[in-house]
Structures are given as C-alpha cells and as structure tokens.
Design a protein around this ligand. Sequence first.
Ligand SMILES: C[S@@+](CC[C@H](N)C(=O)[O-])C[C@H]1O[C@@H](n2cnc3c(N)ncnc32)[C@H](O)[C@@H]1O
Length: 251
Amino acid sequence: MHPMLTRSDDYVEYCRETAKHARDPHDLSLRGRHLKNVTRLVHEQIAQEIGLSTADDLVDIGCGNGAMLKIAELAGVRSATGLLATEEEVTVLRGFGLNVRQGLADRLPVADASASAIVCNNVLLVVPRQKVQASLCEIHRVAKPGARIFLGEIPRAEQHDPTPTFASRRELLNYLYRKHGMRAWLGMVRRLAYQQLTGKPALVNSGTKISFWAAPEEFIPMLQAADLRLVRHWECWQYPTRSNYLVQKPE
Ligand SMILES: C[S@@+](CC[C@H](N)C(=O)[O-])C[C@H]1O[C@@H](n2cnc3c(N)ncnc32)[C@H](O)[C@@H]1O
C-alpha cells in the first residue's frame, strides 16, 4: 500500500483520464459541463474572426469537444481536421463521426502548407513552456501562405493554481466534497480504491496547472521568430486575464 499522495501536473495524462471517464463529449473541452454554451459561443466567434469560408482547409489543434469542427462542417468548409492530445480523446470524438486524430502541438501530424485556417484555442497555456516556440514553428510549417491563424486564451501573467497540495487522502476527499460535491467525491473514492487495489501509487492530477503564459511584449516576438505576422490581439471576454491573437503566415 502507498500511503502517500503523489501530485502530477502532466496535462496530457489529465486529458487521457478525462476521456476514459467522459460521459458527454463536452467533457473533452475541459471547461466544465455547465459551460457548454460558452464553448459553442467561443468557437462561433473564432469562426468569424478567421473568416471561415467554403474554400478553407481547417486544422483545430486541441479541438476539445469538436465544437469548431461542427461549426466548420455546417459552414461547408473543404476540410476540417481536429487534433487531440491522446488516442482516448480521439476514440470518444470518432464515435460522434468527427474527423480527428492524435497529435501534439510541437509535432503536428499534418502535411506542410496544407491548412488555410488554423485554430489553437485554450491549448498553448497547457503546452510545456519549452515546447511553445517549437509549436509556433509547427503551426507555420503546416499553414498555407496567407493562412489565418487564431491563437486563443493565452494568459498574460503567471496564474495561481487553485488546487491546493494535499497531505493525505482524507484531506483530498474533504476538499473535493466541499468544493465539487458528492459526485466528485465518489469518483475520487473509486479512483483511489482502484489505485490501491492495483498497487499503484495514489496520483492526483487536477489539470489546473498553467504551464505557459506570456504578456504580449513576450509573445509577439515569439510569433515573429516563427515568421508569423500579428494581425491583432485583444482581451478574452470569458477570461479577462488572457489574450487572443489573430496572426497570418506571410504570402
Ligand atoms: C482545455 S482543452 C481546449 C479545447 C478547445 N480548444 C476549446 O477551446 O474548447 C485543451 C485541448 O488541448 C489538447 N492538448 C493538451 N495538451 C496538448 C498538447 N501538448 N498539444 C496539443 N494539444 C494538446 C487536449 O487534447 C484538449 O483537446
């Protein structure tokens, strides 16, 4: 038996675990079930920002619940491909008929100069900081000359991680019950019991740690270093501490 609780901040593993227990595809947006409408609205606005048209080949990096892909299909785009961090997420969305495959931002499984519109919303903030510049270079590689690219929800400053560190299982369970209610509590009881039965260490991964943040003064030079041209940047309405960027690959 492992009495210790080990904390993990591996976001890809968090995505994998979420997909394994997903009851609704919206769980993969990792935005909370009550925010389904926000997810839809955010992606409708992104479609407008990038001026999505029937001539577009869209790639959505970290496509969450596939909201952007559905909007693109309704708009009659030439193609719409979604990328997800894990095969477990891919399996969930394929079950709903969406065109998705596994791929990480710094190694996109996409051909050179093949996307005319690229979306990467609420993703770079969970990419390990040392991989963000490589991810921007990958976005440049897969973009067609003139492609419009939306990079969204990038925190402008370091964010406080709201999840405390727990010294014991009891502390963790009390916190979950107080903060998220009986269902979250029961889910964790089951997970801890499974870990104990299988002899695995008790691992807690809340998925709340932000890996990457950058003020525009830092992020814009990173875009330039990847040969991406800034069109404009502005504050997110849903998270005022974060910024959205519309950029373009030069013709
Ligand atoms: C917070 S969700 C955002 C989903 C969607 N873009 C949205 O705005 O609703 C993060 C997404 O990023 C993906 N992801 C996690 N780590 C990634 C990485 N290193 N590279 C690319 N995608 C990643 C996950 O599969 C998930 O779809």
